[in-house]
Design a protein around this ligand. Structure first.
Ligand code: ADP
Ligand code: MG
Length: 258
């Protein structure tokens, strides 16, 4: 339980990002596979900081959309633009993604962070990497596990490490695909705290979640995705009080939406 017993010196972590790659835009994005149009002529724009939550039924295309925006998969049509440009190596180093199941290196907990810090865009070396590793482990409440093999951690600890590793590279944009889907409430709270800090420090967070409570707790705005299209988008309070879209309303009411 994060109880304040691990005092975090945020100044020891590298400073927050300067955002230079926003806005992020999708223009007429489509993704087709197996004869189906899974992302359907989707256009959207993320202008500024804050947390945008993407919700919607299973199979709506949330994970595909995130992968397309992050550049992990190529669209069948349309384009993803960062400040008007296609992604290049610089832009790729300024954004990060964390998945539902953390993908960790076969190294120690500290080793995973050290690797990220050495190979990130700031490419620091020597002593500064050492102090940064310690600061991030402290922030993620993992310092006591620094020498443990990362793959032997609990699910919640692995996800804290995956998130700390992503954040240590100071991404301007952070994509999160159901980062707490398999975690209990205590582990979820710890992850939500890390996400909240990143947001507060100016990272633009784009979070896919099936957890409506989480969307309410964290998001500045909600996007409702259905059948590969964004059917509703509104500031969080407004979205939950008046979704202005029949499918979104049905989804919020817990009815099955196909
Ligand atoms: N490579 C693929 N080939 C065929 N169908 C796919 C592929 N990837 C995803 N899909 C299908 O696309 C739809 C959207 O998938 P996904 O983005 O994972 O949904 P969500 O994350 O919203 O639950 C689903 O019906 C899924 O089965
Ligand atoms: Mg998904």
């Amino acid at each position: 339980m994060p109880d304040g017993s691990h005092i975090v010196d945020l100044r020891a972590c590298t400073p927050g990002p300067v955002r230079e790659i926003l806005p992020l835009e999708a223009r007429g994005l489509t993704y087709e596979a197996g004869g189906h149009r899974l992302i359907d002529d989707l256009s959207l724009r993320f202008e500024d900081s804050g947390l945008s939550a993407i919700i919607g039924p299973n199979g709506a295309g949330k994970s595909l959309l995130l992968r397309l925006l992050h550049g992990l998969i190529a669209p069948s049509g349309g384009e993803v633009l960062w400040r008007g440009q296609a992604a290049d190596e610089t832009i790729r180093l300024r954004q990060a993604m964390v998945f539902q199941r953390p993908v960790l290196l076969r190294r120690s907990v500290a080793g995973n962070l050290r690797y990220a810090l050495r190979h990130g865009r700031n490419g620091a070396a020597g002593a500064s990497v050492g102090s940064s590793v310690e600061a991030w482990l402290t922030r993620a409440n993992l310092l006591h596990l620094a020498d443990r093999p990362a793959r032997l951690l609990s699910g919640g600890e692995q996800q804290r490490l995956a998130l700390a590793r992503a954040l240590s590279r100071r991404p301007e944009v952070l994509f999160l695909d159901e980062p707490t889907a398999s975690l209990d409430p205590t582990a979820t709270l710890a992850i939500e705290e890390l996400i909240g800090q990143a947001r507060a420090e100016g990272t633009k967070v784009i979070l896919v979640t099936h957890d409506l409570g989480q969307a309410k707790r964290l998001a500045d705005e909600i996007l409702f995705l259905h059948r590969g299209r964004v059917e509703a988008r509104a500031p969080t309070e407004q979205f939950f009080s008046d979704p202005e879209n029949d499918n979104a309303a049905a989804f919020l009411a817990g009815r099955l939406v196909f």
